[in-house]
Design a protein around this ligand. Sequence first.
Ligand SMILES: *[C@@H]1O[C@H](CO)[C@@H](O)[C@H](O)[C@H]1NC(C)=O
Ligand SMILES: *[C@@H]1O[C@H](CO)[C@@H](O)[C@H](O)[C@H]1NC(C)=O
Ligand SMILES: *[C@@H]1O[C@H](CO)[C@@H](O)[C@H](O)[C@H]1NC(C)=O
Ligand SMILES: *[C@@H]1O[C@H](CO)[C@@H](O)[C@H](O)[C@H]1NC(C)=O
Ligand SMILES: *[C@@H]1O[C@H](CO)[C@@H](O)[C@H](O)[C@H]1NC(C)=O
Ligand SMILES: *[C@@H]1O[C@H](CO)[C@@H](O)[C@H](O)[C@H]1NC(C)=O
Ligand SMILES: *[C@@H]1O[C@H](CO)[C@@H](O)[C@H](O)[C@H]1NC(C)=O
Ligand SMILES: *[C@@H]1O[C@H](CO)[C@@H](O)[C@H](O)[C@H]1NC(C)=O
Ligand SMILES: *[C@@H]1O[C@H](CO)[C@@H](O)[C@H](O)[C@H]1NC(C)=O
Ligand SMILES: *[C@@H]1O[C@H](CO)[C@@H](O)[C@H](O)[C@H]1NC(C)=O
Ligand SMILES: *[C@@H]1O[C@H](CO)[C@@H](O)[C@H](O)[C@H]1NC(C)=O
Length: 822
Amino acid sequence: MKSAVIACFLCLLLSTGFTSPSNAGDTLTPRRPISDDGSTLTSDGGRFQLGFFSPVAGSPDRYIGIWYNISARTVVWVANRGRPITGRSGHLSMSENGSLLLTDGRSSTIYWSSSSPALVEPEARLLESGNFVVMENGSDPSSSAAWQSFDHPTDTLLPGMKLGWNLSSGLNRNLTSWATSSDPSPGDYVAGIDVAGVPQLLVWSGTQQIWRGGPWNGIRFSGSPAMRPDNALTLHYQFTSNSDETVYWFYLESSTLLSRLVLNERGLLERFFWYDIGQLWVSLGASPNASRNPCNKRVSSCGANGVCSPHAPTCTCLQGFRPKNRRTWEDGCERELPEADCRSRTDTFVMMNNTKLPDTSKATANRSTASLDMCRDWCLTNCSCTAYAASNLSSNVSGCLIWTSDLYDLTLYDNEDPGQDLYVRQVESRPLNKGLSTNSLLRRASALIIVSVILVAFLLSLLSCWIWRRKKRSLYCDEEETEGKDLDLPLFDLNTIAEATNNFSVNNKLGQGGFGPVYKGRLVEGQEIAVKRLSKTSSQGVDEFKNEVMLIAKLQHRNLVRLLGCCIQGGERILVYEYMPNGSLDAFLFDEAKRALLDWKKCRNIILGIARGLLYLHQDSRLRIIHRDLKASNVLLDKELMPKISDFGMARIFGGEDTEANTRRVVGTYGYMSPEYAMDGIFSVKSDVFSFGVLLLEIITGRKNRGVYHSTLQLNLLGHIWSLWKEGKVMELVNQSIDHSSSAAEILHCIKIALLCVQERPGDRPTMYSVLKMLDNDNIVEIEPSQPGFIDFRGPLDQTNSSIREQDLSLNYASMTMPQGR
Ligand SMILES: *[C@@H]1O[C@H](CO)[C@@H](O)[C@H](O)[C@H]1NC(C)=O
Ligand SMILES: *[C@@H]1O[C@H](CO)[C@@H](O)[C@H](O)[C@H]1NC(C)=O
Ligand SMILES: *[C@@H]1O[C@H](CO)[C@@H](O)[C@H](O)[C@H]1NC(C)=O
Ligand SMILES: *[C@@H]1O[C@H](CO)[C@@H](O)[C@H](O)[C@H]1NC(C)=O
Ligand SMILES: *[C@@H]1O[C@H](CO)[C@@H](O)[C@H](O)[C@H]1NC(C)=O
Ligand SMILES: *[C@@H]1O[C@H](CO)[C@@H](O)[C@H](O)[C@H]1NC(C)=O
Ligand SMILES: *[C@@H]1O[C@H](CO)[C@@H](O)[C@H](O)[C@H]1NC(C)=O
Ligand SMILES: *[C@@H]1O[C@H](CO)[C@@H](O)[C@H](O)[C@H]1NC(C)=O
Ligand SMILES: *[C@@H]1O[C@H](CO)[C@@H](O)[C@H](O)[C@H]1NC(C)=O
Ligand SMILES: *[C@@H]1O[C@H](CO)[C@@H](O)[C@H](O)[C@H]1NC(C)=O
Ligand SMILES: *[C@@H]1O[C@H](CO)[C@@H](O)[C@H](O)[C@H]1NC(C)=O
């Protein structure tokens, strides 16, 4: 028994996909059927199983299905969706010609069957991809499937599975929701690719379109900003549209990760990711999200030539149009003025940015056009052309889409979602007759007078308001006076900050940090600031908070972002920082174009700067500060690309001590957290040294230390670097844009220092002081690094901005520390 298990384990390790001999457990043949007695087929690597199941424990209704063979059994495919077998008499068999039959042993009623061309020696195999394939015995399932479950999806799209059309055979693969979460019969919703005009992703309820995902733009579906590719998860989306097929599919770079896209029983397309440590599926978001954008509630809610916006007023008309019917937007908009004759017109275009492109079911694409100017010319040559846009944003903007009819379902995004530019034709109108035009001239003149009166009044009130504000503010804060002295912390007035940030407008939002959103602001005097609005989780009282902020404001170093002041008012706690025009380091590192700007000299300066800032926090400042969340997104770059650490001292504000301590609150970001911190909540300056090591490796390689978590396959950056380091091939990983020919020795030196920083045992890691000494002189470092501390530590989804807080971590944290019996 034991040896069989070991042998099986070995074959599991050795098997390399489809070519390995199929074990008995994954194949159904005419002589080897499956009965509902607990027998199942298990795919080669053990990932999927096929057999009988009940969606509700204890229910007599039995279905044939395929599920993920993981702790949370997840059904991904069902054969007899609407026709369950009652009781355990089901029987899945294969006829001599290769068709699959699901029968009830007692009555021989056929509950489900598959059709396929007659085969001579058929077999059906459950593949490690989750595909159940009928084929000739021994042939290659990827090319000679006579029937496959992937061609008949239920509600789930698995990696490698296609959604959409085989245009030559007419096969249309779409997803149909379950009726309820416990009833697999076909539900109300269908998601698929509509190939009319320019192909689009659509969700229907019956024959009614309920959501339009829009055309593929080379990166994602235009109307589905939530489903953009995730580099951190190495999740890639693909769309192919040619004369053979129009299909969408996705794949994961790493075959050890699990992800699925599901059309749920509420009609939402939701993407999940299996989080191994927590043994649960994590949702990566759903489309459409009506709470994010009310325009997602209905398709085309503003009618023809209407524009739907996430902010009030929801519906407006395109420029040059007016509502047809004052009472309802159903009728859409019509031209305000009649069109002039097309041949004599000089039309122009207005650009609308950040849009979900209008319905393309009547649009036309020309994928070979090279520039937007050509699209414009093409549009101008066709009198019925109403708008154009680029069809492919994936590398250089290329290709054209043109619309030659009314525009439907044009939607604006707010800045949280990336939209596309649409160029809408402004048709020159017919000259109106004279009487009318003098009349309208008079109207216009009087309107002009009224507008100017209002404007002057407005300006006057603005001026007096401003004077009053200045007076008022000088009572609160004396920025100018305190400069240079042993500074009292400037207290900002909430009104001043609200004004500077346009009332915390989403347009001003720079990002979402671990402790709250950050906004860009401009004070009346013109100074630019970054405003961090703390989320209300700190338990500190006002005085305590003020004290803490005051101490932090005293930390001043050229490699730390300067705290300018704070605001405590009306339940708000706000920190005001100097503004960094070049944004954060991660935006540079993980963006191909920007990364090219970082040559080795700049990288080295950035590394040294971060090290100096961190040393100051650890040792040179009067306070001893452990950062606890050092990462690329917490390093900002100034005009000269000098790095400045941000978010330091936040652990103090949110209630922590400043020496080695054991804390229940784990604040940090997976991928950067040291093992002892992530596992046991123990932090010290050495946890920061670990994060610094990870950051250093990211800078050198230009790659992210992904929170990829497979303990036997060392997939994360540290693991990868470590194995190459041992083989003496680590220079292969160095960022292409760094010219390493001339500075190879220095880079290698840096990698070694980084590896010393990420060693498993905190005691083995150098202090920042030694790190700087090593960095400063390129002497050979004698010590050899030992294995990095990543083996036991497997992070979950490394979402770039998300620092992990206590509440997010509780479950995972508990499961990680279980052995110690916490
Ligand atoms: C999958 O199924 C096999 C066979 O039933 C079982 O031994 C194994 O533990 C299951 N789980 C995984 C993760 O492979
Ligand atoms: C295969 O066999 C089944 C059952 O014997 C039969 O119903 C079906 O028509 C056959 N299919 C072909 C293509 O011969
Ligand atoms: C498939 O073919 C192989 C060799 O050609 C043979 O050994 C095996 O028994 C066949 N299996 C079935 C189910 O016919
Ligand atoms: C489309 O279906 C036909 C017939 O089944 C098949 O031969 C062809 O390979 C399919 N095309 C693609 C692109 O899968
Ligand atoms: C979904 O696919 C099935 C099977 O190909 C087809 O019968 C049905 O019409 C499709 N539904 C939609 C809305 O495209
Ligand atoms: C978009 O452009 C990229 C790069 O030029 C190309 O690989 C891709 O096939 C294009 N996609 C479409 C849908 O045209
Ligand atoms: C919809 O978006 C909001 C705001 O971005 C988010 O909080 C919510 O979780 C999303 N809902 C779904 C179902 O993804
Ligand atoms: C859209 O255009 C407005 C006005 O020109 C500009 O302020 C805004 O930054 C643009 N938004 C995007 C996402 O380009
Ligand atoms: C697409 O654009 C190219 C370049 O402008 C042009 O030569 C070609 O005729 C266009 N194709 C169609 C189908 O309009
Ligand atoms: C304008 O474009 C539409 C759609 O492509 C086409 O049907 C129509 O013939 C074109 N008209 C002219 C004048 O080219
Ligand atoms: C993208 O455009 C730039 C500038 O027009 C050009 O130098 C580059 O070669 C283009 N890249 C691709 C992949 O077409």
